[in-house]
Design a protein around this ligand. Structure first.
Ligand code: SAH
Length: 229
């Protein structure tokens, strides 16, 4: 999997993707990050990448000509995404879709964002990390890529644990416990030390359902709707 990243802050990559599961995947070349510094494509002597917005107002806008040169020099195939609060929200489902792609390109915005004509010309899709405003696309992209890279085949050692994770089966995950069995007078639920696998499975499912119902009624409604189909 090849990921092209257009950014004004190339030094932010691979960032925390250099650690743990993602770090291993990058080191083994299962995923290649091609980091492109947008500023390298600036043409004036000040290396300007942004300018004032037509129509006035606060902030600066990333210039279309500079960004276009950066895309032209980088892009070969696949979808181009702009990290943007206007986009659809990234979910576990998105992570599963992206992990099957051979090549993807991402534009990280800064300032007020990028000139709209870039989105039109390159048929750029927009993706958001949630309903809040970051100061740039980089932290959002790093987070999304962490979710994607850990799904690459053979990155997660224990595929079984993945299937039970929150969102994977439409439910939030059940509570976990490890040794010691009695910790400060708090005892691990009996069923988990019973050795009875079917009962353990039932207990975990009940817990998942109870948590999902109370904490995420939206997920619970989806789960019920899917069960019907
Ligand atoms: N003026 C814009 C926000 C600009 S924030 C607006 O009101 O919609 C600067 C940059 O941070 C954006 O260009 C985008 O790339 C990134 N960004 C901010 N919030 C984000 C979010 N929720 N998801 C993804 N990217 C985001």
């Amino acid at each position: 999997m090849k990921i092209n990243i257009l950014t004004l802050y190339p030094e932010m990559f691979p960032g925390f993707l250099g650690y743990s599961l993602a770090g291993k995947a990058l080191a083994e070349g299962k995923c290649v990050l091609n980091i492109v510094n947008i500023r390298d494509f600036a043409t004036d002597k000040y290396k300007s990448v942004d300018d004032t917005p037509f129509g006035g107002g606060a902030g600066m806008v990333m210039k279309p000509d500079v960004l276009d040169s950066a895309i032209q020099a980088t892009y070969t195939t696949g979808d181009i995404y702009y990290l943007s609060p206007r986009g659809c929200t990234f979910t576990q489902k998105t992570a599963h879709e992206w992990v099957n792609k051979e090549e993807m390109t991402f534009i990280c915005g800064r300032f007020e964002g990028i000139d709209e004509r870039i989105l039109e010309k390159w048929q750029v899709k927009e993706i958001s990390i949630g309903d809040f405003i970051l100061s740039g696309g980089e932290p959002a992209l790093l987070t999304m890529l962490d979710a994607v890279i850990r799904l690459l085949p053979a990155v997660m050692g224990n595929m079984h644990s993945m299937n039970e994770e929150s969102f994977e089966n439409g439910l939030l995950e059940y509570p976990h416990y490890t040794k010691p069995q009695n910790w400060q007078g708090r005892i691990v639920p009996d069923v988990l030390v019973s050795g009875h696998h079917a009962k353990i499975q039932d207990w975990r499912l009940e817990q998942s359902i109870a948590l999902t119902k109370t904490r995420r009624p939206d997920l619970w409604a989806n789960y019920l709707a899917q069960k019907k189909n």
